[in-house]
Structures are given as C-alpha cells and as structure tokens.
Write a protein that binds this ligand. Sequence first.
Ligand SMILES: Cc1ncc(COP(=O)(O)O)c(C=O)c1O
Length: 359
Amino acid sequence: MSRQTRAIIHTQALQHNINVLKTLAPASSTMAIIKADAYGHGALITAQTLQSQVSAFAVAITEEAVTLRQQGITAPIVVLEGPHEPRDCDLAGQHQLTLVAHSEAQLQWLDAASHPVDLWLKVDTGMHRLGLEITRVPVLVQRYRHLLNERSVMVTHMACADELDNPFTTGQTRQIEQLAKKVGLPLSVANSPAMLHWPTTHAQWNRLGIALYGANPVYPTPSGVVLHAAMTLQASIIAMHQVPKGEGVGYGQTWKATRDSRIATVGIGYGDGYPRHCPNGTPVLVHGQRAPLAGRVSMDMLCIDVTDIGQAKVGDRVELWGAKLAIDEIAGYAQTIAYELMTRVSARVPRVLDSAPLN
Ligand SMILES: Cc1ncc(COP(=O)(O)O)c(C=O)c1O
C-alpha cells in the first residue's frame, strides 16, 4: 500500500465558511484570497468551489492569476502586488486581470500599457509594506484618472487587526475612509480578523483569507462565528516499537521514555510541511485521542507516544491538524501561525477532495 499522507480538502467547509463570513457584512462584495495556492489548499479547487459565492478572487502575483485563467477560471481576479515589471500589465490585459497599483512606477507602466487594465489603488495607512503615500493620492488620482473606471477600488491593509485592543486599526480605517470619500472611490479594508472583529472596517469589498480556510486569526479568542477547518492533514502509522524506560527516540534522543513505552512512527515529516520545531508533547490525533509527539520531527517521519492508546497499530490513520485538531493549536506549539502551516504543506502531499456534508 502506498503512503497514506494526505491533505484532505473539505469543500463543504470552504462553502460554509464563506457563507457565514458573508453574513457579517451582507452589503459588501466578498473577495476570496487564494494566493500561495489558496493557502496550501489548492487554488484551482478552491476557486472552482467558491466561484458562485464570491465576487472576485485575489492572488499575490500575476503568474498565479494567469495559471488560474489557463485552468478555466473566468471570475474576476485581483493581483494584490500588481505588476512586478511592465510586461505584467500586458499579461493582465490579455487575461483580464485586475492589477493593484501600490507605487507611482506601476502607474507609469499601466499608463504605457498596450491594453486597458482594471486598476485598484493601494494606499499605505501605516503598515509601511506596500501602498501609495497617503498625501500623494489625490494628485495621483487626478493625474491617472483616465486609468480608473467604475470597477476601481481603493484598498489598504490592516497592520494590527488581530490585536483586538489595539486602536491602530481604528486610525487606519478613519484615514482611508476620509481619503476614499475625498477622491470618490469605493473602498476595501477588511481582512479576516477585521471582518470578524472590526465592523467599522467593512466596506464595499472585504478580502477574506485565513478565516475562509477555517482558522481563527485571533486564536485563542473565539472568532464569534462557527468556522470549519478546510484542510485535514492526515498520515498513517508505518511502524510500532516498544521503547524501554530510559531509552531515547529520534535524532538527538531529545525524548526519553519515562516508562516502558509504545512508540508509533508516522509517515509525515518536515519534508511534507509538518514543522520540525514542534516540541515533544505536540498532540497528534489517533483514534480520536491525543498522542504526544516524542522526539524530533525528521524529514519524512515523526514519532508519537501511543502507550495509552492500546488499539493503535500499523496502518492506522492519524490527524496532524484539521477537522478534529485545530491548526491554530498546532501553530501555537510550533510558535508560528496557521497561515504558515497551511502554506508550507509541500507538493509531496496529495490534496484529496472531500465533498461530504459537515458534521
Ligand atoms: C492585501 C491582503 N489582503 C487580504 C489578505 C487576507 O488576509 P487574511 O488571511 O488575514 O484574511 C492578505 C493576506 O495576507 C493580504 O495580503
């Protein structure tokens, strides 16, 4: 039997999550962020699953958008980083992509492009990563008015929306609202944490990423709505060992048996995207029970202590994160965020679709 390591993609979870999130801002248009292969879930399948429920998709770079077009996705696609070089403007024209311009250089490229391209404008309201300088925007809008059309939107990105007591979000929102009113453009502000927790950021367009995939951007604070994990990372037990008290497990023997132990070796490792720095004790679900990680994660395998799970045996499926074990919890053990875990599931792991109804 071949290796049983899989990322199961729950299409009903994607559909449920987007519906629930949309109810928070029923008057807004919703954009599903499917960059980085839909946060590791598979951009094509995510786009196919959600195309009737969202008004547009967004990716980071032109190449991602062109691939989706070549795969038959016809919905509007917004390229969040805009053109990286003038040629991207031509590609956008050919493939009917919407480009976000965050710099004056990009506006010049768009001005010189051979085809008209739908354009959004990104404004820096304090994150200082991408965006036009706020004071320059009125003059730039005037200068490049001919590049804008009725589909153009002003967008900014929230730096701290996952910090629920940080007033920075309110300040960013106020600034962009004033500017959008002044120049007469519709607005897009909210990402997932803002959508869930900052209703004043809801605007004509909301941009939803992580919550769509069922993670909680403000974990462990409750998200306030029921979201379902869209990915379950699964593998199987490929070997079992009796490890006598006092013996070590794995590279560096960083886990020592404090009693005679049963150790299961699971066919997944950091080469598949399971974080190497998950410490001893990180839970893995076996027969619905939590088995602690025992020893360092290696490239293709990891070991867990199943001494207390009598029925565990070779061939059993285990869950690394997903429907029954929150990815946010594992991200905490790995000292990272769910975004990173999802996007790092490697190409070696087959994505397998599950369209079964949610329990
Ligand atoms: C510009 C922009 N908008 C929206 C999002 C979606 O954010 P989230 O996944 O927190 O919903 C991202 C994600 O990084 C982004 O870069």
